[in-house]
Design a protein around this ligand. Sequence first.
Ligand SMILES: Cc1ncc(COP(=O)(O)O)c(C=O)c1O
Length: 447
Amino acid sequence: MMLLGTQNINSRNHLEIGGCDVADLAAEFGTPLYVMDEKAIRDKCRAYKQAFAREYGDVDIAYASKAFILTAMCALVDQEGFWLDVASAGELYTAKRADFSMGKVIFHGNNKSADELEMAVEYGVKYVVVDSFVELELLSSIAEDAGKTQGIMLRCNPGVDPHTHRLISTGQEDSKFGFNIRNGLAMTAVRQAVAAKGISLEGLHCHVGSQLFDITPFTEAAPVMANFIRQVGDETRVEIEVLDMGGGLGVRYLEEHNPPSVAEFAKIVSESVITAVAAAGIAKPRLILEPGRSIVGEAGTTLYSVGPIKEVHIAEDPGVRTYLSVDGGLSDNPRPALYDAVYSAILANKAGNEPTKAYTVSGRHCETDMLIPRVLLPEAKTGDLLAVQTTGAYNHAMASNYNRFTRPPVVFVMDGKAELVARRETLEDLVKCDVVPERLVKDSPKV
Ligand SMILES: Cc1ncc(COP(=O)(O)O)c(C=O)c1O
């Protein structure tokens, strides 16, 4: 069995996270419930800071908030001395609500709206990562009109294959993101940025992909970026001071997964950049990293109550499958449907029992929403508690109200204490944006 972070099996044979018995958490907060292991998150933040400080020196680590964002999460990473990567007005607004220092915020997106750019300039974010020529012009006029100079990075496409799922691959040449270095578009963007009013080109950015177990794409991207920094210096006399290498480190979803540790990742990325800048003959830039999944992924566990358990008997193949239905599914975790994502689970109220039976864990949406196609568990009964592991990243953040399900609450657990950081949505929340035209109001005389 795989136990992550502070997960443990206690004397009641129950799964415990952050010193909290998950059966008690389910009784107090209901299910489904997202449980975030605060110590595990803080440990990851510290591992990143220490490893990169040791291996590289001048580094800022920005948490990629798209992985999991709540006001409390912004406050937590702020306490850990992190920067923040946001990619929408909503993420930026959440950061503002957390009173996150805007001088440590990086604003991303391949199609930011004028409203979002105005908001970023007004808030005074440190860098807008410009992703298109349209955005370059728009941002320049917005900042100029506001009488400000907005710091920018240019998102570059290094033309590197990240060897991960196609939907989370971004660094290859055929991508909607960034300016292609090889075909010269990135250099054109640099020239336009240097000539534009209201903006100041300070850095270059690339992000090759997500859930990477193989760090080779970083070692391939580093020389491309370093050579481009030199080319920019040679052709425009602008010295690029900041290099942002994005996020991407993978996490453990299954026991057999073996992603590189943060220390290994920091060593290889740092060495690649140091070697590449030396070879390119340029000054060592300040480095920025933007990890998301590897900060929160393994720290999250989703608790579900087990509902009906059905043996499927097909005449030709009896007992072919046992469906174990849980009280959530596609709406709280769309990743299996999106990416064929894989997960491990623990029968949390019988955590130490021998896993003897294969189950198919399905959700309760109006389609075949399978959370886990096959997992070995102890003999399960309706009313048991199922803990699906490694659900901290891109789960709550990607949750929806499909079938008008209310989104589950989130608790932070640490040192035996559980604190609500997002309450469960109510039925009233679900209808609060609905508008009924007068002619559709029941018994309206106008019909
Ligand atoms: C620009 C950028 N930075 C950082 C990240 C975070 O990646 P990860 O969660 O894999 O660390 C992403 C994820 O898509 C991204 O697009």
